[in-house]
Ligand binder design. Sequence first.
Ligand SMILES: [Fe+2]
Ligand SMILES: [Fe+2]
Length: 258
Amino acid sequence: MKILFVGDVMGQSGRSVISSYLNEIKKEYKTDFCILNAENASGYAGLVKSSYDELIAAGADFITTGNHIWAKKDIFDFIEKYDNILRPANYPSPCPGKGYNVVRIGKIRLGIINLSGTVFMENLDNPFLAFDKIYEIIKPCCDIIFVDFHAEATSEKIAFSYYASGRADAVVGTHTHVQTADERIINLQTAAITDVGMTGPYEGVIGIDRSIIIKSFKTKRPVKFELAQGKRQFNGVCVTFDDNNVCVKIERIYKIFD
Ligand SMILES: [Fe+2]
Ligand SMILES: [Fe+2]
């Protein structure tokens, strides 16, 4: 069993990479299921219905998100209608949408959990304790548990991957848009990477036009963000599980396109 996870898909640039290359990459890695973080898929933040439809039509099976989930109002109209989209589970209750779900891939029951970190981010419920609660609920009905831990601080993400090891079978970090080279299998039982990276503009500053961001740092005045143009990138990981549903391999994927 192989799961492809795609890092934050950003704007039209990222969606065009998915439309053009996702199926090719799925074939190359012979994956069985594709999870894609889409918190930036519309504009540069948020997810509207037409972008959701485009990503699903292009071959994504499941969508996770993060702190930008509420950036476009459209999300409130459809997040409750679909079982294959999550927002971070540790948003305060009541909050629309789900933070975890269990899906079937043939005989395998895959539990997917989306959490947000709280270091240098919004002050949400404690993600470590939220995971404990969700794990107790879904463990009896899951063969594999896969976590998208959407967080800024590398320390929080690494600490969480050790904390969840032995319970989660894979913990992948998202949010920084920069892929880290620390993919590994912890304690022979949990695939982990601090950040998967992003899918979208290659030559911007984490996806935004670089001249705008440099101006903002230089002048310390508000600027209007625009998606960077030009070359594009695909960032993801492929996690392989053996017949006993134990992870045996995590491979980083980093591709650049014109
Ligand atoms: Fe993001
Ligand atoms: Fe984010």
